[in-house]
Ligand binder design. Sequence first.
Ligand code: F6P
Length: 325
Amino acid sequence: MDKKPIRRIGVLTSGGDAPGMNAAIRAIVRSATAQDVAVLGIRRGYSGLINGDIIELAARSVDGIITKGGTMLYTARCLEMLTPEGLEKAANTCKYMGIDGLIAIGGDGTFRGAQALSRLGVPAIGIPGTIDNDIVCSDYTIGFDTACNTAVDAIDKLRDTMQSHERCSVVEVMGRRAGHLALHVGVAVGATAILLPEREVDFESTVIEKMRMGRIKGRNHHIIIVAEGYGSAQDVADRIHEQTGIDTRVTILGHIQRGGSPSTQDRVMGTRMGYHAVKILIEGKTNRVVVFDDNMITDYDIEEGLARKKDINQALFEAAQMVAT
Ligand code: F6P
């Protein structure tokens, strides 16, 4: 039996927002409408799908959004989508609104929703959008580069004052359970130590000894990066102060890392992934996640994609250890 042609697609953003989501929405709207496929914007993630919070999007509705952080569609984490009732309501909205295919931008929770809808007969595609870069099947997630740049910019400023006061700055970086953001940021700011959930390190030799040696060699201040998934930045700071006597301050960068105008990379990635999602939806694919793999934009079955494993970049981790003295 021939698959139903795609005449109208829905797009939503779900989970934590990420700079570059707007670029993806723009690419979806422009790629679809250029092929006479209508686009509906579903607001507030899956809650909007359950509650029918939906707007029409034309090519001109997305003018100018490529430069904007956040998501023009708003976002939410929707627990109701995890229930059979919520899922059924979401599938029914698709039916009533004539949504022939759905593109959901977000993290793995978002893809689980897309997968569940696919099983109920709604063709659905996921696009990885999260500053954490923690989607196991993709080397890149939209928002990661901008978040790195934002964190680096803030920590460079912290370094100025740490240097003047000869202090140690312990900075907590987002990433949920993953250390990708912390590792990249730590390398870029020249951190003395980077503490990640993925690597157990000996605190004494990795942090304290390096700081003591640094002092002897004339380094008068330190930046220590703590991934939020590693543990409490305050505990790390207390331990450093106790063991070295160095005046130490804690900064939790928090949600500032999720904001700001997207970098070139996030605008380009958002555009490439949005375009690809529309292409495969129109080709008749469903239950796929768009990924950046082996330097290419491609797509995987959601189940297979999420079953993969992803580690932090070991070569970068080793380089970071070697250059931090
Ligand atoms: O997944 C993105 C992220 O910013 C994580 O790095 C962080 O742990 C979490 O979301 C914070 O979530 P919320 O915005 O709900 O506080």
